[in-house]
Design a protein around this ligand. Sequence first.
Ligand SMILES: Cc1cc2nc3c(=O)[nH]c(=O)nc-3n(C[C@H](O)[C@H](O)[C@H](O)COP(=O)(O)O)c2cc1C
Length: 213
Amino acid sequence: MDFDFATLSPQERYKLLGSSVTPRPIAWIASQSADGVRNLAPFSFFNAMGANPPLIAVGLITRPDGRLKDTAANILATGEFVVHLVSEALAPAMNLTCMDAPSEVDEIALAGLATLPSSAVAVPRLAEAPVAMECRLYQAIPAGSTTIVLGEVLHFHIQDALIDTEKLYVDTLGLDLVARMHGGGWYARQTDLFDMPRPLYKDWQAEHGGKSD
Ligand SMILES: Cc1cc2nc3c(=O)[nH]c(=O)nc-3n(C[C@H](O)[C@H](O)[C@H](O)COP(=O)(O)O)c2cc1C
């Protein structure tokens, strides 16, 4: 089946993209308004984009009435936010914070989550999150009904038990992260893995007798 996206509605395109580009990591973003109201919401149009500068990207879709979501408005107003990764233990709280609460509601308090002060930004971070990345807005790209936010990671917090500080080995499976899947409410665990070593061209050449020039 070939879909010409020009002939589809945004909702139809969203269905096809959102249910096939999976699993997606979840950025659970804490932000605050210029007058200090704390906000928390999950976003799965998200990934790490590079390490120099250390950038993450998030796609924030405007509301059906065209207004920015609180997270987008806060990031544009203050230039700061904290991206948390979501363990399975935190998944129910994460899900609670996707509700359409009014802007004046503190969603961190609503979800009953403890916070710790951040090191470089005014927005606090969630105490229970396995990873929290303090971000400064690097660039905001308006793209139709999406605001693509690039954030520069200033501080990276990880639970002490999940990192070998000598070698910087992360206990990735210990993070117990969940990822966004298809449809309205499906998620995935990282429990069905396989290992595939990365090939080198010189090995391929040796086996196939290929030439490099
Ligand atoms: C797992 C999950 C992933 C989501 N991903 C996105 C996303 O990538 N972009 C987006 O605009 N909304 C996404 N949403 C919806 C927002 O979380 C939701 O609109 C939320 O109310 C926005 O809150 P805010 O207005 O406080 O920023 C997602 C929701 C869930 C549960």
